[in-house]
Design a protein around this ligand. Structure first.
Ligand SMILES: NC(=O)c1ccc[n+]([C@@H]2O[C@H](COP(=O)([O-])OP(=O)(O)OC[C@H]3O[C@@H](n4cnc5c(N)ncnc54)[C@H](O)[C@@H]3O)[C@@H](O)[C@H]2O)c1
Length: 449
């Protein structure tokens, strides 16, 4: 298979970004989404989300996008990327209901098609889903002239385009050799430079996708666990420790930084999914469960340490709400959880995030107040929690932090010369520093009063 005619089914966050990347490499993309508004926007060159560079790509390559009916999309192209939701169920598994729907419909359309068609599932699925559930729809409808690969994307919100265009590696789970080779050839046309790819069975690839994420979350939790230790031992500096550990080539520095726990739409759910599978098939996956539990308890454990030094009902600011920089996504956000915990503990919480204009009532405790202006948020509060590493917080002036208590989870102000009246604590370092500073602060206050 050489002359690729590309389509994308599911034009949400990933599907639209993937389309933009294909268009940037010269492909025309025929798209289909069950949501009519997404189809219309695709035709108009309007991205469905606020994502770094996506708007720029959509404007630039508008003429290469066209949406059509699912039937037209399948009949007029020969390689389709399927990027539909696979939401988590309560038991930790992923629901395949959207994928089932798409594959059922496609299997009927395929009956009208003579030429070979390659399907590439990008959505995250449980091991066994491709072969045992989705492809079964094709076999049930007696269609056989197709290829199939499972090729998930390793992307993070806020940098989807970059992650797509410069992947660490490409994962290809193949139904058969022809499918794998065809997809590899397609990727070669996208990634002109040397391309790191791995081809394997569908099931191995399905496991690999989950494993990458669960391994990374393990690494994040490991850094946070070491920080728990370091905080309780005098004279420690957590970044000295983790950067030394990471400099060992067997380990590496990426994702080995203590701070808040992991969050987002993928990391937490992939751990739950591995735990679910383990239970189902009798494999010991307790490591994933432990990582998950450790991460869930992190905020509570951190607050236990800090709050005993704060006055009851103190005014507290939480700076940064989305789960990571460069995105407005609140999925499983640790800062959101921290804000809610503070509010439930009767602290008066003000919060700020430059990526948000307001906060929906639903995930937030109703007493939490959103401040659009950073200055105001800081001014209103006595204690400041910096929960996101963003330039706007790096630029906070020493003057605005006079007389405040600052807990800096990512240690971004550590090297700034702050006013003597500011009680600053770089989270992760020896907690003695914080205790000493808070005790000094209270002694001074008692002497003054
Ligand atoms: N968002 C992430 O950070 C991320 C990262 C890695 C993997 N993933 C995985 O990628 C998949 C897609 O994620 P997303 O963030 O793009 O989801 P999304 O909800 O933004 O987009 C999915 C799109 O599919 C459409 N859709 C649903 N049913 C359909 C159907 N029957 N036919 C056609 N279109 C249909 C929806 O209308 C929606 O526009 C999920 O499995 C997710 O786990 C997401």
């Amino acid at each position: 298979m050489k002359d690729f005619k590309v389509s994308v089914v599911g034009l949400g966050k990933l599907g639209s970004s993937l389309s933009a990347c294909f268009a940037s490499r010269g492909y025309e993309v025929l798209g289909y989404d069950i949501n009519e508004a997404n189809n219309k926007n695709f035709n108009k060159g309007k991205p469905p989300i606020n994502e770094t560079d996506l708007d720029k790509y959509f404007r630039k390559y508008k003429s290469k996008f066209k949406s059509s009916s699912l039937e037209n999309v399948i009949l007029n192209t020969n390689i389709s990327f399927i990027v539909i939701p696979t939401p988590s169920s309560k038991n930790g598994s992923f629901s395949a209901k959207y994928a089932n729907d798409v594959f059922s419909k496609i299997s009927k359309i395929l009956k009208k098609k003579k030429d070979y068609h390659l399907f590439v599932l990008v959505s995250t699925v449980l091991p066994g889903t491709s072969r045992n559930i989705l492809l079964q729809k094709f076999y049930d409808n007696k269609v056989f002239n197709f290829g199939y690969c499972y090729s998930p994307a390793f992307i993070a919100l806020g940098q989807i385009i970059k992650d797509f265009l410069e992947p660490d590696f490409l994962l290809i789970g193949q139904l058969d050799k022809k499918s794998g080779t065809s997809l590899r050839n397609f990727y070669k046309s996208i990634y002109k430079k040397s391309m790191n790819y791995r081809i394997m069975s569908l099931e191995s690839a399905e496991i690999t996708k989950l494993s990458v994420n669960t391994y990374i979350t393990n690494k994040i939790s490991y850094a946070n666990m070491i920080s728990e230790v370091a905080q309780r031992i005098p004279f420690t500096n957590i970044d000295d420790i983790t950067s030394a550990i990471g400099s060992d080539s067997r380990i590496g520095n990426k994702y080995l930084k203590a701070g808040l726990g992991f969050a987002g739409p993928c990391f937490p759910r992939d751990n739950k999914a591995i735990s679910f599978i383990g239970k189902k098939i009798g494999a010991d996956t307790s490591l994933a469960l432990t990582t998950e539990k450790f991460n869930l308890n992190l905020n509570k454990n951190n607050l236990k340490k800090y709050l005993k030094y704060f006055k009851k009902r103190e005014k507290v600011a939480v700076l940064g709400l989305s789960y990571k920089p460069n995105t407005n996504s609140l999925d499983e956000s640790q800062s959101l959880d921290l804000s809610n915990l503070l509010s439930k503990n009767k602290y008066k919480v003000f919060c700020h995030d430059k990526k948000l204009n307001s906060i929906d009532k639903k995930p937030f405790d109703k007493k939490i107040v959103f401040k659009k202006h950073l200055k105001q948020c800081i001014k209103n509060s006595k204690c400041i929690f910096i929960t996101k590493d963003e330039q706007i917080y790096r630029d906070i002036t020493p003057k605005s932090l006079k007389n405040k208590i600052v807990i800096d989870f990512w240690r971004i102000l550590k090297n700034k010369k702050l006013d003597k009246s500011t009680t600053y604590f770089s989270h992760g370092d020896s907690f003695n520093n914080f205790e000493t500073k808070m005790n000094q602060r209270n002694i001074v206050k008692n002497i003054e009063s």
